[in-house]
Design a protein around this ligand. Structure first.
Ligand code: PLP
Ligand code: COI
Length: 358
């Protein structure tokens, strides 16, 4: 599909942009451009544009505003050692986007069109890479139902949009490890629900427990299974790994209630190549505490595109707190973070074909 380029009448002045790029934080700043592609039942995907990032006009009856037909992805573009720009496993994001679309009764977007949209976005905003150490250009492709009607049914009209946000650390810098709050009173997803789809409603459901976590002095919330309320699932925006003393690593299985993380999948492969035994199996909140206290559990790591690989130091709940290892970053967590970041930034050999140079 041909992308039409729309002129930008008022790009951000270079001085303002460069000051922002030196200290971007996460998700607060946005680049100058966006990609938009329309969908209409019977016509398919059409009208692809790359133009100024600007407000979109939406009918007040647009069904996304009422029934939340919306999905998104989170991915990053990295400046490589040699100055080129690369994406990390973007075809996995395209695949997961379509899995989310299937679950939310939305149209699939051809993988190549998704990838081309992302490439166009990065090319238009190539001067929006943070200059801060560890920075990247966070990309947010999303799709929503734009058709105006009030009956409850899948819409016939959608918009696919990509925006970009220069990103530094997700967690406030200087924190050696994050503190996690256990959601004992709330559930994120149940079997048969939308937990495995990257759709706004899952995040809406996480906001009250996340606010509770913040109020309790924690950084993130961990969700438990909806039935027995004991099996660890994932954090509000990250998957989890538990590193045991015997060299094995446990991670919750993909049972349909958690997001199948691309970082999760990559870390499993990297660990198995290192000779570690990774077990995708249920692990309970009580076992987590018991193993942390007996020293059987050495480390817990949280992982995701935004958070990369982040150590979990402390776990708090209505029943009290426990510390993992020394409460700071563990050895394997630090090693894996370095290895993954090295691959993403072209400092280490990409033996898996995970890096797509643009
Ligand atoms: N779990 C949830 C709920 C998320 O929002 C994310 C972030 O995208 C992840 C896990 C990690 O997924 P990924 O590694 O693909 O970014
Ligand atoms: C990501 O890691 O890309 C996400 O979408 C998670 C969110 C917490 C920012």
């Amino acid at each position: 599909m041909q992308f039409k380029t729309l002129p930008h009448p008022t790009p951000t002045p270079a001085k303002t942009r460069d000051a922002a790029l030196a200290d971007p934080g996460f998700g607060k700043l946005f680049s100058d451009h966006m990609v938009v592609i329309d969908y209409l039942e019977g016509k398919g995907w059409h009208n692809a544009t790359v133009g100024p990032r600007e407000a979109i006009s939406l009918d007040p009856a647009a069904s996304v505003l009422h029934y939340a037909q919306e999905i998104f992805e989170g991915m990053k573009a990295y400046k490589q050692e040699d100055g080129s720009i690369a994406l990390f496993r973007p075809e996995e994001n395209a695949r997961r986007f379509n899995d989310s679309a299937d679950r939310m009764a939305m149209p699939r977007i051809p993988e190549e069109l998704f990838l081309e949209a992302v490439r166009q976005q990065v090319a238009a905003d190539s001067d929006w890479f943070p200059t801060v150490d560890g920075g990247s250009l966070y990309l947010r492709p999303f799709m929503f139902a734009s058709e105006a009607f009030l009956g409850v049914r899948p819409a016939k009209e959608y918009k696919f949009i990509v925006i970009a946000s220069p990103a530094g650390n997700y967690f406030k810098s200087g924190v050696p490890a994050v503190k996690i709050w256990v959601a004992q009173d709330y559930v994120r997803a149940a079997k048969g629900g939308t937990g495995a789809a990257k759709t706004g409603g899952n995040y809406a459901a996480s906001l009250v427990p996340q606010a509770e976590a913040i109020a309790k002095g924690c950084d993130q919330v961990v969700f438990l299974d909806a039935v027995e309320r004991k099996w660890i699932e994932e954090l509000g925006g990250m998957n989890l790994f538990f590193v045991m003393e015997d060299g094995s690593v446990i991670t919750p299985p993909l049972t349909g209630t958690i997001l199948p993380g691309i970082t999760r999948n990559s870390l499993i492969q990297l660990m198995r190549e290192e000779g570690l035994t990774v077990r995708e199996e249920l692990y309970s909140i009580d076992q987590w505490k018991a193993d942390a206290e007996s020293g059987k559990l050495l480390e817990t790591m949280a992982c995701g595109t935004a958070a990369v690989v982040t150590p979990v130091g402390t776990v708090a709940s209505h029943d009290g707190e426990f510390t993992i290892g020394s409460g700071g970053p563990g050895q394997l967590t630090s090693k894996l973070r370095k290895r993954l970041v090295g691959i993403q930034r072209g400092q280490e050999a990409d033996t898996h074909g995970w890096v797509m140079k643009l």
